[in-house]
Design a protein around this ligand. Sequence first.
Ligand code: AGP
Length: 592
Amino acid sequence: MIHQALKRLEYRGYDSVGEVTVEGSRLFVKKDSGRLEEVHQKYNLDDLPGSTGVGHTRWATHGRPVQENAHPQVDCHSRIAVVHNGIIENYVDFKRDLEAKGHKFFSRTDTEIVPHQVEEYVKQGMSLEEAFRKTLSQLEGAYSLVLLSSLVPRTIICARQESPLVLGIGQGESYCASDISAFLPLTKRAVVLEEGEMAILNPSGIKILKTRDAEPVNRDPISITWSVESATKEGFRHFMLKEVHEQVQTIKDAMRTHQIYYDLMAGKLAEAKRIFVAACGTSYHAGLVGSFALSRLAGLDARVVIASELSEEVLDLVDKNTAILAVSQSGETMDTLNAVRDSKAKGASILSITNVMGSTLMRLSDVYIGQNCGPEIGVAGTKTFTSQVAVLLRLAAALAKNKGREKEQRAREVVDALYRTPEIIQDILHTKEEVVRRIALSIIGAPSICFLGRGVSVATALEGRLKLLELSYVPAIAYPAGESKHGFISVIEEGFPVVFVAPKDETHKKVIGNIMEMKARGARIISLIQEGDDEVRSLSDDVVEIPGGKLPSLVSPIAYTVPLQLLAYYLSVGKGHDPDYPRNLAKSVTVE
Ligand code: AGP
């Protein structure tokens, strides 16, 4: 049953698999790195004793995908097993404290502190439930946690904070899972566990409590009518749309990486005499934002290079005093790996930002930072772009330390604004999706579309262009707005759609000039503006207003890219294409 349920959850993470059951006074664990069927071939996951069990598929955040980091994680005496989705931000403090008390750790995961801390409290005389609740009250970060123990067999305890967890009520059986699709063929009766709640499951039923004070919660089950397929998309028509919506959460998750990793990477960058940012496609656009940020917040000259061109363009300049900052969501893009390998051979230090722990890029790197986005199924990068930008901005902010009061202040403003972006994205998705959908339908017949911006918004314009052309197959152009008058403007004729990325930042006045130039030649102006920007509104045929007030320009690509993702999505769907699997493209390009 668990094996089948894991199959339905594999799209959420698939670098390692584990199962644990309890029978008598023993836990039985099978786990390893690899995809579900590979691990099953090796260990036969269906052969575990008992009638209470937990399974997990992992997408690594802390610790590479190797057997000891797979879940479940257990305490010192293998009596308490825990699986976890999310990130425990303060695990380093717990680990230090528990090690001092004699606990032995076997993994590099943040998760492992949970069974050990629960063990510690049980040793002090608490019940398993109390010990778990007390541990939860001290955790910072995001989690859905499920605990199974031989101390109280035929019981599962689970809890959630910011990561999803749903309960299922069967006939003499109870279930919990990170999404409904896991148990949908077994029961259609479900209860959603809310933030800050925990639940105790046994075959005869489910008890829900508030984690904070153990106050009981009564919640009626709901009847689920979704198919397994629509449940994996959480009701969204496509994975891409689901992933666009997930950005509210993934930005938060990207921000959870401990400051020590940023300081480590910042130290390497600060030592380097030359910095090249190497990436392809969407990751290149994130890299562009990163290079702006490194120069503005830290005064560093970091040149962004398209990875496939690095060896031709700058390899002669690469030496042991060079740092290569490679950005790649998959960590397997051949062009990026070649740039990294060529540079490494010349002694450069390799730093990377990637979404896939255990990827080749991660293994080639001296220091890496994970994006913590979870798997992205849609071929178009969406949530991974905004999280790359968030990580790069935090990195640049870490480098602003000791760079003078002005830079430090700017860095603080950027980090503060970063923490506001999830709410802004939420607002855009609630209030602007229909606006964007209508704009998309109104330009569905356009033979070409142009995206313009200035400053860091050039990166946003380039990203909007890439999304649109890869999903709708409409040839699209993106330019620094100021450059457009040096040639491109001759293309403009009556009704040509030009999308301006026009936040109210230091480029605003000049962008208005560029809008007028385009308007005077008959272009149809579609502008992304700060809410209430009447000046640009009055010059535009359509506007999408970005809520949240004034954002530091470096942060604006995170918010202003979201409507452009939606524009590409609705244009693609409107033309009858499949935005999840656009023609001729692969999610990870592993050829030169
Ligand atoms: C993005 O929408 C594209 N599918 C593509 O450009 C992608 O960003 C590029 O291939 C780089 O991939 P990576 O981040 O996995 O290295």
